[in-house]
Ligand binder design. Structure first.
Ligand code: SF4
Ligand code: SF4
Length: 445
C-alpha cells in the first residue's frame, strides 16, 4: 500500500498503523490518502550491523522509508552510506523498529559483579526526559528521583555531568579568548553528531571547532586521572557509565576514559526491569561530583553559549555576567546572543539541525562563537530520549527547555568558576585553564 500526505506530499509505503503521524509535517493519519503505485517509493535507510549507536529490529520494519526521509530531510545526511549516529530516525520510525543499540545489560553485568565499582554520570537532559516513561508531564525536572533510581539499581556512585560541563566552559572560554585575539571564529565541540557531520561534509572548518572534549569526555578523564587516585580506588576495577539522551555518544566514547554509554530510554528499561516503582522514590542527591546551573543548561540549545560567555566575561572583567547584560534575539533560523565585554561586542550564534548549520556557514564570519547541535532544540531531543509523539515535539521541546532553565536562577550556583569542586580541581591538579595538564587530558589532540 502507498499513502500520500495531503498536506506536505510525504509518501508512506506499507501499512498505516493507528496513531501514525506524518514525520515531515506532523499531520495525523487522517491526512493520508491511498495513492497509485507510480508514486515514488522510498527505500529504508541502510543501518549497518556495526553501527555502535542504532539498531534495526528487522521483524518490526514495515519498509515505510521514514528513516531515509528523516535522515535526508531532517538531519540533512544525503548519502545512504553516511550516518552521524544522531538517532533521529529512532524518534520518527512509526513502528519502533529502530532502537538505540542497547548497552544497559553490560552495565547490569558489571553492577552484579562485586569486583567492580560502577560509576554513573548523568547528562542534564536525562532528568527532564526520563519522566516520559513513567507518566509525568513532559519536561518535569526529576533529578532527585533519577539519582535515587540509579542508586537503587546498584550504581556505586552517581555523579552529575554538569561538572564536566562546567569544566568544558572553563576550558572553552579560555580557548575562545585566545581565538578572539587571533580574530578566528570558534565552533562548539560537544555534539558528536555535528562533529561527525563536519568531518564528512566540511573538513575545511574542523580547525575552527574547539579542541575541548565534551563534558562526558572531560568528566571521565578527571574521574580516571584524578578522583580514582584521590579515593584510592583500583583503576582497573572502575567502570564509568555515561547516561545520556544521545545515541551518538555511544560512538564518541569508543577508546576514551568512559567505558559504556547508555541512553535515557535504556535507563527507563533498566528501572522497569529492576521492578523499581519510580514514582514512589524519595529524592536523593548526587555523590560528590556535580556542577553549577551553567552545566545544567548545556542540555538545551543556547546553554553552552551562555555558560561559556559567563566564564569569558569573568576572565576579562573579574565580574559576574548578569542576565540584563546579555542580548538574545531570535532570528529566522538561529539565535543571536551578544555580550559587551569592556569595549568589544562578542557576537555568538546558536543553531540546531544541520540544515541550519549549512545556512549559518554562509555568514559564519559575522560571529565570534557558534554553538552547533544536531538535534532540534539541543540534547533534550536526542535520539536516546524516551519516544514522544512527533506532532507534540515543539511543545515538548519548550517544556524540557524550561525544565532545565528553571534550575538556572540561583546566582550563587550559576557560575562554573564559583563551583567549589572546579576551583579545588584547578588548585590541586590542573593549575589553570589551558595549562599543560589541562591540554593533555581535557582537549582533543
Ligand atoms: S526502520 Fe522504521 S522508519 Fe525505517 S523503513 Fe523500517 S519501519 Fe520505516
Ligand atoms: S542515526 Fe541519524 S544520521 Fe544515522 S541513519 Fe539515523 S537519522 Fe540518519
Amino acid at each position: 500500500m502507498i499513502y500520500k500526505c495531503q498536506k506536505c506530499g510525504f509518501i508512506h509505503e506499507g501499512e498505516m498503523p493507528d496513531g501514525y503521524y506524518c514525520p515531515l509535517c506532523h499531520s495525523n493519519f487522517s491526512f493520508f490518502q491511498l495513492t497509485q503505485k507510480e508514486e515514488k517509493v522510498y527505500n529504508r535507510k541502510t543501518i549497518s550491523l556495526d553501527n555502535p549507536s542504532i539498531y534495526r529490529i528487522d521483524e518490526k520494519c514495515i519498509n515505510c522509508g521514514v528513516c531515509s526521509k528523516t535522515c535526508e530531510k531532517i538531519v540533512n545526511v544525503k548519502c545512504d552510506g553516511d550516518c552521524i549516529k544522531c538517532g533521529q530516525c529512532i524518534l520518527t520510525c512509526p513502528v519502533g523498529a529502530l532502537t538505540p543499540k542497547y548497552d544497559y545489560n553490560k552495565v547490569m553485568d558489571y553492577i552484579n559483579d562485586p569486583e567492580y565499582i560502577v560509576i554513573a554520570m548523568t547528562s542534564p537532559a536525562v532528568r527532564v526526559g526520563i519522566g516520559d516513561a513513567f507518566g509525568y508531564d513532559p519536561g518535569e525536572f526529576l533529578e532527585g528521583k533519577m539519582v535515587a533510581a540509579l542508586k537503587k539499581i546498584g550504581f556505586n556512585y552517581v555523579f552529575d555531568t554538569t561538572f564536566g560541563a562546567d569544566l568544558t566552559s572553563m576550558e572553552e572560554a579560555y580557548e575562545l579568548k585566545e581565538r578572539l585575539e587571533k580574530n578566528e571564529v570558534m565552533f562548539s565541540s560537544c555534539c558528536p553528531s555535528w562533529v561527525s557531520y563536519a568531518h564528512l561534509y566540511h573538513p575545511e572548518i574542523i580547525k575552527n571547532i574547539s579542541s575541548c572534549k565534551s563534558p562526558i569526555g572531560m568528566e571521565a578523564s578527571i574521574i580516571r586521572n584524578y578522583y580514582v587516585k584521590e579515593d584510592n580506588l583500583d583503576e582497573n576495577k572502575i567502570i564509568i557509565v555515561a547516561v545520556t539522551p544521545c545515541t551518538s555518544k555511544k560512538q564518541e566514547i569508543i577508546n576514551t576514559d568512559c567505558d559504556i554509554c547508555m541512553t535515557t530510554s535504556e535507563l527507563a528499561l533498566m528501572i522497569k526491569e529492576n521492578d523499581i516503582d519510580f514514582k514512589s522514590l524519595d529524592d536523593e542527591k548526587f555523590d560528590s561530583i556535580n556542577g553549577s546551573s551553567s552545566g545544567t543548561i548545556y542540555g538545551a540549545s543556547g546553554g553552552v553559549t551562555l555558560s561559556v560567555l559567563r566564564v569569558l566575561y569573568n576572565l576579562y572583567t573579574n565580574r559576574d555576567l548578569t542576565s540584563d547584560e546579555v542580548s538574545i534575539v531570535k532570528k529566522d533560523f538561529y539565535k543571536e546572543i551578544k555580550v559587551k565585554i569592556n569595549k568589544n561586542i562578542i557576537k555568538c550564534a546558536v543553531v540546531s539541525t544541520m540544515a541550519n548549520l549549512e545556512k549559518i556557514l554562509e555568514i559564519k564570519d559575522n560571529f565570534n562563537f557558534i554553538e552547533v547541535m544536531n538535534c532540534m532544540g539541543g540534547c533534550i531531543n536526542g535520539g536516546g530520549q524516551v519516544l514522544m509523539p512527533q506532532n507534540e515535539k515543539e511543545a515538548i521541546t519548550k517544556k524540557r527547555t524550561k525544565g532545565l532553565f528553571n534550575d538556572d536562577v540561583n546566582p550563587y550556583i550559576k557560575y562554573p568558576y564559583k563551583n567549589p569542586i572546579i576551583k579545588n580541581l584547578y588548585e590541586d591538579f590542573l593549575d589553570k585553564p589551558g595549562s599543560k595538564k589541562a591540554l593533555e587530558i581535557l582537549h582533543n589532540k
